[in-house]
Design a protein around this ligand. Sequence first.
Ligand code: NDP
Length: 407
Amino acid sequence: MHSSIADGLCERCVPSEPPELNRISVLGATGSIGTSCLDVIAAHGSRLQAVALTAHRNWEPLAQQCQRMKPRFAVLSDASMRQQIGGNAFPRETEVWFGAEGLERIARHPDVDTVVCGIVGAAGLRGAWAAIEAGKRVALANKETLVVAGPLVMQLAAKTGAVLLPVDSEHSAVFQALQSGRRRDLKRIVLTASGGPFRGWSRERLEREVTIERALAHPTWQMGPKITIDSATMMNKALEIIEARWLFDLDADQIAVVIHPQSIVHSFVEFLDGSVVAQLSPPDMKLPIQYALTYPERWAATSPTMDWTRSHQLDFFPPDDEAFPALKLGFEVARRGGTCGAVLNAAKEVAVQRFLEGNLKFVDIPRACGDILKEHNFDAQPTLTELLRLDDWARKEMQQWKSSQSI
Ligand code: NDP
């Protein structure tokens, strides 16, 4: 078994086959990734089995999912939900646990082969860490795991033999395209970005016209609210740059971003000889989720496939760094590493919350994150404890942040 995705892409490594029956824990089952994941599992019921499902507080959708999938375990990671759930909501065969420790227990459980990390935000780190520590196959949607603690996570995977499989569509595309060549012949990767609802807007227009409703209306992807706002600011692409830096062991200058409004080409890799290899499909997360569950095999599609009987137009153009300064932050953090990812992510999570509550302007999200990043005490080789302490610090700073321009 190979130790990390970077190693897994070397020609000397043999890809690990998925088990005959892949027993799966879905962390964040009630979210956008989790729901798509359950559809994939249901479509391939003879080879995929949901053993455990989790939610944070949404017990009713979780109970409905349990009625449908009949897992052995369900976890509500907010322990206070114990008092709230209805008597017969969960099926008899499902044992229900409460609290964040429950997440760790099902991530490590000996009867689980694969852990899907579909929790949103830095809260997803705990379950992902437990799964990697237990040496599982880990289908990683939660990009924050690598943004916050990339080097530590990759070192842990190398030590335990955990196999990290990307779910983020861009990283899955890079992973798939990389298999056409040798890792050492890679020149760079190019992450595609739809550009979000404000593609083509100037900085001035963003200052004046953005509303919460418009920011939540993504043109091509159906996602949870946090990542949808992150797509609108392009902070999502910043996080993906950092995720790719650690996942594929790249230098920051081996990563580029291109705007591609149709979201059909999910990313490219460019080899030393100038050859560019891409992965294409209609925008639907079920494909990268399924590939992470079946890798290295490919099974029948559960999502729409390309219709080549009609014409398609694929456009590509460079991003506007001035209107969307989040991208520069992403490259800066990928370059500096250390504590920067934890600080940027925590600041950004609170900034998005404040924006959704109407307490922070859209254009202030990257501005405020940049300020807090600048202020923090940088450490090039932090421990996990230090990263968690800085996560807490950055959240408090962002709660208090005020724009000097609006005073
Ligand atoms: P959603 O907001 O739709 O779902 C989040 C899930 O996490 C829910 O099950 C939620 O439970 C659970 N959750 C929320 N807070 C906590 C917490 N504090 N502790 C434990 N569980 C919690 O998110 P998405 O599915 O959109 O995104 C999930 C992850 O996947 C993110 O990291 C995102 O960046 C990444 N991703 C998502 C894509 C997408 O298409 N959606 C694409 C690529 C990556 P509850 O329902 O109870 O709140």
